[in-house]
Design a binder for this molecule. Sequence first.
Ligand code: SAM
Length: 219
Amino acid sequence: MKDPRDRAIAELFDGHWNRNYTASKLRTDPLYQALAATLADSPMPLLDLGCGLGLSAFFLRSRGIEVPIHGLDYDERKIDGARLAAKRGGFRDLSFSAHDARRGLPSHRGNVSILDILQFFTPDEQETLLHQAAERVAPGGLLVIRSGLKDDSMRFRITVAGDLLAKATLWMKAAPTHYPTAADFERLLAPFGSVEISPLWGGTPFNNHLIVLRRTPQP
Ligand SMILES: C[S@@+](CC[C@H](N)C(=O)[O-])C[C@H]1O[C@@H](n2cnc3c(N)ncnc32)[C@H](O)[C@@H]1O
């Protein structure tokens, strides 16, 4: 069902394509609701890695989550679009910067999100990114990840095909490189706290999962 708050987010962008993409993405993808539900009770600032057009940030604001949010993405066109949309919306404490996450992460202490970007990284780059992201999560804070998981399902094969199509249509700058398994997340993140992995595909055909690390609070 259409939510007027999602239409209001779509109206922040220039051009029919961006607006229609945004409206349809917010309506059909359970990612943003899941992110808002996971972060709802946390007062910590959020670092959003691979933020794209900043949809997560705008969605969180539209659902009353007012923590400072900084998004970064290596696609300058998307960062320009996110900045313009933030200005149009008159939001406070939202910032976006063009940055390649493979070159290290800015200093941060709070919550971190990595939504649908890991597939563009090699296995080594994924390990480094997850390690650096987890280090930036404050005690009691959350690392929220959405990723397609590598397994032997038809959903996984459809996920790969979808990412290849995004590259072919030039919506994504890069083709998918590598998909992590559930065991990879357990191995890499368990040293930092508790890890929960659950399906997050909603009505989509993709093999998307939500991975949440809750960093161990200080004693
Ligand atoms: C599928 S989109 C997801 C966008 C956003 N996280 C969301 O869920 O609405 C993947 C994003 O990751 C970005 N990305 C890929 N590799 C990156 C890198 N090395 N550094 C920063 N951003 C990257 C892409 O430019 C793209 O905007």
